[in-house]
Structures are given as C-alpha cells and as structure tokens.
Design a binder for this molecule. Structure first.
Ligand code: FES
Length: 162
C-alpha cells in the first residue's frame, strides 16, 4: 500500500455538465459564483465545481473567465452558449498561456502579457494581438438561478494545438 505522503492527487476532471462555479481568487475565493457577482466590464476568474460536493476542479486548464455583456451584442452562436448575457471562456491565453484577466472594453477580453484581445460576443474570436486562435468557450445553461456548465470546452486550452 502506498503511504499517504507518497500519493499524488489525481488530476481533476475537466468541467462536467451540471458543474457550478466558485471564485478562483479575491475576497470570495472558494465561494460559489452567483449571478449578482457578474457585472458588465468586470470579469471574474473561476473554477468549475462539483455540484454535489461543491469542490472546485482545481487545474490550470480548468480556469475560466466569466464575463457579462449586454445580451443584445451577442452573436447568435454565442447567445446559444450564454446565460443572461454571461459567457464563459478558458482563462488561458491561446498565445503563450498567460491568464486572461483584463478587459479592453465592455465586450473585449485582454491578455496583459502581449495584449491579445478576444471578442466576448463572438465566441472568443481574436480581434487584436499575436494570438492566432480564439479562446475556448465553455457553454452555459440555465438551471434556476444558478450558472451551470452545459458541456465541454469548445476546443483546445491555451497554446495547445489539439
Ligand atoms: S500570452 Fe497572451 S498575448 Fe501572449
């Protein structure tokens, strides 16, 4: 039997349908994300969390940036994966993997490392900078008042090619 000190924790699963979200950082770190936390122009970093245990699926590749935009500006395709104007993307930049934490304006996410910009309203499309690939989208669905994962990421995370 392997002693406890020698055991390596299993890699957390990627986001699962039905997962909720918890704050990744800041004064609410570890607490559930509620819709009121998400205001236009103020992205929040979050982890998906098991809906039963509430435990965050803590892996860098699971880091998500949750943003709210005016639903009227969303493309039809993006609206279909959003929840009341809230859209979720991988927080790992597709250029060199920095965390995407900033905003250029009310509908554009900004990576501070080399200033790649991604269109929140158009499935994370690159609109400026060296990134060559859009941010991976994490589809959301409505379940009562909660923000819930609807399915897997739409593509590779960060600078991965597959
Ligand atoms: S790592 Fe994001 S722009 Fe370079």
């Amino acid at each position: 039997m392997t002693p406890a000190w020698a055991q390596t924790p299993a890699s957390p699963m990627p986001p699962q349908p039905g997962d909720r979200f918890v704050h990744l950082s800041g004064p609410k770190a570890g607490q559930p994300v509620v819709p009121e936390d998400l205001v236009i122009g103020s992205p929040r970093l979050a982890y998906p969390a098991d809906p039963e245990s509430g435990e965050a699926r803590k892996a860098r590749t699971n880091q998500v940036v949750l943003t709210r935009v005016d639903p009227a500006v969303l493309s039809v395709e993006t609206r279909s994966v959003s929840w009341n104007g809230v859209v979720a993307y991988s927080a790992i930049c597709t250029h060199n993997g920095c965390p995407v934490t900033g905003m250029r304006n009310d509908k554009t996410l900004l990576c501070p490392c080399h200033e790649s910009e991604f269109d929140i309203a158009d499935k994370g499309k690159v609109v400026h900078g060296p990134a060559e690939r859009r941010l991976s989208n994490l589809p959301l669905q409505t379940t009562g008042d909660a923000i819930v994962v609807a399915g897997p990421f739409s593509g590779p995370i960060g600078a991965q090619r597959k």
